[in-house]
Design a binder for this molecule. Sequence first.
Ligand code: CS2
Length: 492
Amino acid sequence: MTRRLSHGTLSELPAAVARPAFDPARHGAGIVHVGVGAFHRAHQAVYTDTALAAQGGDWRIDGISLRSTRIADELNPQDGLFTLIEREGAEAAARVIGSLRRVIAAARAPQDALEALAAPETRIVSLTVTEKAYGIDRARGTVDERNPAIAADLAAPHRPAGVLGLLFAGLRLRRERGLAPFTVLCCDNLPENGALLRMGLVDFAARIDPAMARWIDEAVAFPSTMVDRITPAPTEATRALAEQLLGMTDLAAVEAEPFSQWVIEDEFSAGRPAWEAAGAIFTDDVAPYEAMKLRMLNGTHSMMAYWGFLAGHRYVRDVMRDRALSPLVRRHMAAAAATLTPLPGIGLDAYAEALARRFANPAIGHELYQIAMDGSEKLPQRIVAPALEALERRQPLRPFAFAVAGWMRYCLGRRDDGTPHGLRDPREAQISAAVRGIEGDPKALFLALCEASRAFPRRLTEHPLWQGEVVGILARALERGVAATLRAEAEA
Ligand code: CS2
């Protein structure tokens, strides 16, 4: 049997593998992180690891996994240790991260999760749970009562299963015990994510306990953040590579690109680690950074995911080598850049150039199908927001209409050769029901999908220019197929 990564085996690692530059056992926890997926492990956990090495402090992380129990079973026997493998071309640099203390599987131990939030030492609760997990209706600015987790947690707030329910219950326990609140740090790809989460949590609390709602609004800090690092879902190949680099087993290894960025509003009510030691940028306004990243990186990603997947590609890097698609990638980034307010010191052309290089990284196998999921939750901030801005500024709508037409074609659930795919979207049932029987009618599809997805405001969907562009591209894709549509679009 091969050995497994743990505190006991750290000293046996080959010299080429970097180890925590601090003694994990000498640092207590100060952060609870909800959503211990690959992205957290490749991003915030790494910044915290560097900060602990640079400045010390009791800032290790207790992870909470809301649904899966697997990640707890992978990490706890390893004392929370895991390997980050940074990959670029032929390079693969391995670094063992020691900032994670343990993982609580909330489905198995709900009380432990609550007690972690209510522990006096917990000063920050950070989250990477994906856009859909918050259950916030962004158009109305309230919680979405139809979201199953929200409905369940409103009915039984003492036994929370969802994100808002857990935060609420944790904060209520702290208040009852006379403890100061923690800072809530949202690290999901949502615009003004701190303000959004504040609004959602205050509205959630108001429906249960108005005094709590006031306390949250007044006493809890919700800094906004922009997070960035391309992190494909780990696979068997990730584990095999870790085994090869470490000479031992690591079931929780992650692969990521070398690039990493974290921009944070410096508004913490109870202190924070020295994340700037790891390159985090502190600012009093994250919104312009967020808009840049959401529109140029994530928006382009979504466009590539739908059209690239439909064209038969598997990875983002394959799209960069596609003769028709790669100029459309550039076109999308340029159109997105034109909707932004320039940031001092950041050239948007250089940013786009760097993105194109990152997307093409041959060592990163980032699945288009992974990015394609949850379109109804992602399109509003990635495509709709810049499209509205372009409309206002009288700039071309075409690239955004093209992205949406790709998503609509994708919603039919099969490629041109008939290969079926699942949509993996929280509104999948509504979307699939909406397209049934009208698969060949682009105008009817456009209207039905706007309605079923709830992703597009009327201001956009009723605009004749927008309608004309989206329906026209969709019609071509249905009549002449995806390959011909891409060729025509690239030549236009
Ligand atoms: C991607 C993001 O899956 C997706 O939707 O667009 O996860 C993207 O890779 C990250 O935001 C990069 O920082």
